[in-house]
Write a protein that binds this ligand. Structure first.
Ligand SMILES: CC(C)(COP(=O)(O)OP(=O)(O)OC[C@H]1O[C@@H](n2cnc3c(N)ncnc32)[C@H](O)[C@@H]1OP(=O)(O)O)[C@@H](O)C(=O)NCCC(=O)NCCS
Length: 236
């Protein structure tokens, strides 16, 4: 069994068993370096070492949150987050989708153009933020006019998603994740992060970061530059 096969197999186990597996059952992430594939998704080449991201902020309730990449040994904490999420987010009410989210989170660390971060409060995963390539190929593609109007090519923009545990919302975790997501996107060579949202809180964060909130393809999109405020936020 090659190194990646070991990693892939370990993640595959996650979908077939309860999400309470101990971290020691998962091989070190470094063993997976050099090949990034899952099913039909294959990215050739190797991933360059990514700069570490570790951002700690004091939340509005006085607790500290750290946003960083998870270690493979922390897979249980991530699984608990997604398992809880199944109980309140319709989109993830399906067990297999939730388990896939855990697998994809770790695979994103190894896939060029992708990344995944977690917000941790007292050793508990309370939120995640991810970036993905190809915003025009999402299940709900971004309106190409939005990118064109900003003079951006698809390859310069990633899709950002984020989710905070409802018990930890409203205290600053979402803002911390968004800021770290922009750092991760810049580290991957993107100029901006686009996202689909209905959240008033996220729209507020986007605007205060100099981003824009726009309608397109019947959805509400946010676009935030990674290199600081772009043009003045547009009125919606
Ligand atoms: C969107 C989400 C990530 C925000 O997370 P959060 O931890 O609650 O966000 P924060 O506590 O950092 O609050 C962010 C800001 O929004 C503000 N805010 C909260 N509710 C608001 C509202 N209804 N209207 C306007 N602003 C609001 C907060 O005051 C805060 O502002 P500040 O940083 O200037 O003080 C979270 O609500 C969530 O997971 N939602 C479900 C998933 C989702 O919609 N994801 C986004 C699309 S992928």
């Amino acid at each position: 069994m090659n190194n990646f096969a070991g990693f892939s197999s370990a993640l595959g186990n996650l979908s077939r068993t309860a999400m309470t597996r101990t971290a020691k059952e998962f091989p070190p992430m470094s063993r997976a370096r050099g090949l990034c594939s899952e099913g039909s998704k294959t990215v050739p080449g190797t991933t360059a070492a990514r700069p570490a991201i570790e951002r700690t902020s004091v939340l509005k309730d006085g607790r500290e949150a750290t946003v960083r990449r998870l270690e493979p040994r922390e897979v249980g904490a991530l699984a608990s987050f997604h398992a809880k999420r199944m109980q309140f987010a319709d989109l993830f009410a399906h067990k297999e989708l939730s388990e896939r989210a855990v697998r994809n989170h770790f695979l994103a660390h190894e896939t060029p153009g992708e990344d995944a971060l977690a917000a941790i409060v007292a050793d508990k995963v309370v939120g995640t933020a991810t970036i993905e390539a190809q915003p025009l190929e999402m299940e709900l593609p971004i309106d190409g006019h939005i990118l064109a109007a900003k003079g951006m090519k698809e390859s310069e923009v990633c899709v950002g998603r984020m989710m905070v545990d409802p018990d930890f919302r409203g205290i600053g975790v979402g803002r911390a994740l968004k800021e770290a997501q922009l750092v991760a996107a810049a580290d991957s060579g993107y100029k901006a992060v686009a996202g689909l949202t209905h959240s008033a809180a996220l729209k507020h964060v986007v605007r205060t970061l100099g981003g824009s909130v726009q309608e397109g393809m019947g959805q509400t999109w946010t676009v935030v530059r990674c290199d600081g405020p772009g043009p003045a936020p547009e009125k919606t």
